[in-house]
Design a protein around this ligand. Sequence first.
Ligand SMILES: NC(=O)c1ccc[n+]([C@@H]2O[C@H](COP(=O)([O-])OP(=O)(O)OC[C@H]3O[C@@H](n4cnc5c(N)ncnc54)[C@H](O)[C@@H]3O)[C@@H](O)[C@H]2O)c1
Length: 339
Amino acid sequence: MHILLTGGSGFIGSNFVRFALESRADLSITNLDALTYSGNPENLADIEHDKRYRFVHGDIKDLDLCTRLLGEVDAVVHMAAESHVDRSIIDGRPFVETNVLGTQTLLDAARRNNFKGRFVHVSTDEVFGDLPLDQPELKFHEKLPLKPSSPYSASKAASDMVVHAYHHTFGLNVSVTNCSNNFGPYQFPEKVIPLFVTNLIEGKKVPLYGDGRNVRDWLHVVDHCEAVLAVLEKGKAGQTYCIGGNNERSNLELTHTILELMGKGKEMIQPVTDRLGHDRRYAIDPRKIESELGWKPTRSAWPGALEQTIKWYVDHERWWRRVKSGAYREYYQKQYGNR
Ligand SMILES: NC(=O)c1ccc[n+]([C@@H]2O[C@H](COP(=O)([O-])OP(=O)(O)OC[C@H]3O[C@@H](n4cnc5c(N)ncnc54)[C@H](O)[C@@H]3O)[C@@H](O)[C@H]2O)c1
């Protein structure tokens, strides 16, 4: 099977390329990525000469390019997105452009090709809004209405709806995944875990939003990749699959665990003004994907998986220092030209 993966040079995408090529000998991947600030081909430096991997530098909003690429592949895994909530609060426009118009462009390219292959749209649990802290029995599931609260999650929810509409209207063979917060290697260090870990290595404090009581359901990125592959191979057209780790942690608990694992004290916490409209709690009920597709997380056990992730950043200091300083951009400017 030849997959068109969009956003394969980002955090989840690069983990997906590595995981999918390692676990399926008959699979090849074309990675379409615009190399925005969070796309880093260095994430795949060890793969770029693999005969089963091809990189195409381009934008999912380019209909002619997407039409050509859709004509060459058997399936699509769509991950390309603007992905950071804080950036969406500063400027929501690129989020609507990439996440909504970009997704629609890909779907239109599929229609132009009369594409019959599987199309997996990778989305977030944030499309469901948030849950109260005092009702732990409530969790997100596939039958809930979408109720996004940030400009990021609103753009993802819109894209999920466009994807479902293309199934309903044109019969495209699509599935949508809504996954909880991911952690693991190659995450851009604006996101909380790599930000805190790399700050602590640099001797800097960690900025903790508000009262720190916001809860997230943490899943190892490779468990997420395995779930996406299961949806690609066994998922049903028109269906949504919620993916989560049954691993709820408050930001305060997460911060304390990171400090403890890195041998640092609580004085390294710098409380900062809360994020605007900060969702209180996300939690996934993963029973549908577990029972229908036989997926279960096996790499997310806490705190061992967090400890391994911290070790990855400690061992890959050159990688994140180049990301933090912007030096990684020279690498692809040399290979793929200026943007
Ligand atoms: N990180 C999480 O915890 C999480 C959880 C659930 C779902 N998701 C979803 O998974 C997907 C990947 O997230 P991530 O954390 O790896 O994000 P990321 O920001 O690390 O990577 C996004 C990638 O998309 C590329 N991209 C952006 N705009 C593009 C465009 N117009 N055309 C082509 N490529 C473009 C970027 O260059 C980058 O390589 C996103 O759709 C996100 O909404 C993320």
